[in-house]
Design a protein. Structure first.
Length: 308
């Protein structure tokens, strides 16, 4: 994936989304007890967005920071989708990290570890270290999208129906085994941001009351409670539609639908027109039908982002 990104960078160096994607400086191999281990060298980064969020006692991102994170995310996705032909498929707060221009954070980290080493243990011939946190940097840079371990190249006419995405972020077409494309990343982004202006919670949890763990039918039931029933055009494309829906399009997966809710119920931190404007942004992403979701390029110019 990084080689693919590098080739696209050479062709489109001026694309504004290039700097919003984590770059690879160099790969190398290290010989270990289980063979060769591939190492990737990246520019240093600071907290991911979820960790940054938890530094705030209110457990949410201020609108200005949220707008910056989303603008950078949409720029990154536009670059990946249009120039690299890559679907990320794993958009979540942990995979968006802030840059850092303050190198003293790393030297302080080294000195502290030398002065007072963190606990470690030996297990099966390996040394396992407790993680030491970085201190607050003097300067934090703009966030970048990271982690391409689950990314999928979308070339030519190949149809994709395979299972992707973390369970609670799965797009409806993925659950139904309908064809999916770049818009799965847009659904991911909508799920990530739609709970109280990004407070680290999940829009859907998919917990089945009969099994006390994730089930696709419980996830679909939550989607229906929030968005209403799925359109027949989507159901007609799914290999697994008959597992969850009748021929008439009724949900018949053997589980009761949750009480009807709305995005307005989930967003309680913003007020007035700002709240309404933000929810319009979220609705551009959370659409049953993939082709009705806005593209990343369209979302970059959204009115709520422009306001902030």
């Amino acid at each position: 994936m990084y080689k693919r990104i590098e080739m696209a960078t050479k062709r489109h160096q001026l694309h504004p989304g290039r700097m919003a994607v984590r770059s690879l400086l160099d790969p190398f191999d290290v010989d270990g007890p289980d063979g060769k281990h591939r190492c990737l060298v990246h520019p240093p980064l600071w907290d991911n967005v979820l960790t940054f969020l938890h530094r705030n006692p209110l457990r949410r991102l201020p609108p200005l920071v949220l707008a910056l994170v989303l603008e950078r995310l949409f720029l990154a996705l536009d670059f990946l989708h249009t120039e690299c032909r890559i679907a990320h498929t794993d958009i979540k707060a942990e995979n968006i990290m802030f840059g850092m221009a303050d190198d003293s954070v790393f030297s302080d980290f080294e000195e502290e570890e030398l002065r007072s080493p963190y606990p470690r243990k030996e297990l099966d011939g390996r040394t396992i270290y407790l993680t030491r946190d970085f201190r607050l940097p003097k300067e934090v840079c703009a966030p970048v999208l990271c982690d391409f371990g689950s990314a999928v190249p979308l070339d030519g006419e190949t149809e994709h129906r395979e299972v992707i995405q973390p369970k609670v972020y799965r797009a409806p077409e993925v659950i139904l085994e309908a064809p999916w494309t770049y818009s799965v990343d847009i659904w991911n982004a909508g799920c990530m941001v739609s709970v109280d202006g990004f407070n680290g919670g999940n829009l859907f949890n998919g917990k089945d009351p009969e099994h006390a763990k994730y089930r696709s039918r419980a996830h679909l039931a939550e989607m229906i409670a929030l968005l209403g029933p799925p359109p027949p055009s989507l159901l007609a494309q799914g290999n697994l539609t008959s597992k969850f829906f009748s021929d008439a399009g009724d949900f018949c997966a053997g589980i009761l639908l949750p009480e009807r809710t709305s995005l307005e119920d989930r967003e309680t931190t913003l007020e007035g027109e700002d709240r309404a404007c933000f929810l319009r942004l979220v609705r551009k992403m959370l659409q049953w039908e993939p082709d009705k979701r806005s593209s990343a390029r369209e979302l970059v110019t959204d009115e709520w982002l422009s306001k902030h």
